[in-house]
Design a protein. Structure first.
Length: 309
């Protein structure tokens, strides 16, 4: 074991790369900024193991313990302006996607379905398989109106019935609500949804106002989805102009997660193409960046049994 005292100045820029790699970078930087010795130990150990593996050494032989950590001149933690996405589902249902979106400087705001049973659209009345009331989802509309009244949401995201209701909400938010912030809803991320054909009153608004001001839409479905037939999701996509439609051969009825990295990458690719945050002037490459600058000193205990006498 050897004890090392370091004075380190960090400027890290996260651009592109794998979601897991970026998550490790953010974990390291947050640990430093919070002076969290345990998390910093874990993060540095991980990086050392990665280096060891690249050199074909025994990664498990490396461990780091941060004995002391103190700021010498706290720098700034900065990022591009966060763009809000209104999410019509519980955060646990999209944990992996939420992580990678936050790394790309998106702020996620989660709204819980207000109707009994966690529904955005109540089922038709007993004995009425089709509901013609155009105000049938007014409680959910008024609930989301409380969000958009005071904030500008760059995007709206929905899964399952949340995706269905998001489509309906887009049909009313620009036309029937008195107060909507400028720039609200420039993109829609819709996962495993459909059109509410058993609610003809809601469908009238969707049909009348499609394609909702030309909003850019990403429509996702899983080929293994046993709950929502892909054909219904494909029909939902027709209500948008030039939607990006993705069918994952690996997905079922769920939001893209780490088990399907290609699907996660497609979501990020859609957002990047829809609204790049930083465009370089010297190349044609578009980058999405966040960076952290920190000064700190650390006393480390580094163990590598292979190097012990």
């Amino acid at each position: 074991m050897m004890r090392v005292k370091l004075g380190i100045f960090i400027v890290t820029m996260l651009e592109g790369g794998g979601a897991e790699a970026e998550a490790q970078g953010v974990a390291l930087l947050r640990a430093v900024s919070r002076l969290d010795k345990s998390r910093l130990s874990s993060a540095i150990s991980h990086e050392m193991r990665q280096i060891a593996e690249s050199k074909h050494e025994a990664a498990e032989n490396y461990s780091v313990q941060v004995l002391a950590l103190s700021p010498t001149a706290r720098g700034d933690i900065s990022s591009p302006e966060l763009r809000k996405i209104l999410c019509l589902l519980h955060e646990d249902s999209m944990a992996d996607l939420a992580q990678v979106l936050r790394l790309r400087s998106y702020e996620l705001v989660f709204a819980a379905a207000p109707e009994p049973g966690g529904l955005w659209i109540r089922s038709p009345s007993a004995g009425s398989p089709v509901m013609s009331d155009p105000q049938w989802a007014s409680e959910s509309v008024n609930y989301l109106n409380s969000f958009v009244r005071n904030h500008t949401f760059y995007g709206i995201l929905g899964f399952g019935q949340g995706s269905t209701f998001a489509t309906y909400f887009l049909s009313v938010v620009r036309y029937f609500l008195s107060v909507v912030q400028p720039g609200t809803f420039q993109v829609a991320l819709l996962f495993s949804g459909k059109l509410p054909h058993n609610h003809t009153g809601l469908m009238q608004s969707i049909d009348a106002n499609s394609p909702f001001g030309g909003i850019k839409a990403f429509v996702f479905m899983g080929a293994l989805d046993a709950h929502q037939p892909n054909g219904l999701t494909e029909e939902q996509a027709t209500k948008f102009s030039s939607p990006v439609i993705v069918k994952s051969s690996a997905a079922g009825h769920h939001v893209p997660n780490k088990s399907d990295p290609q699907a996660l990458a497609q979501v990020l690719g859609f957002l990047a193409s829809s609204s790049p945050l930083v465009t370089t002037t010297t190349t044609t490459k578009t980058l999405r960046r966040s960076y952290v600058k920190l000064n700190f000193s650390a006393e480390l205990s580094v163990t590598n049994p292979c190097h012990q006498a």
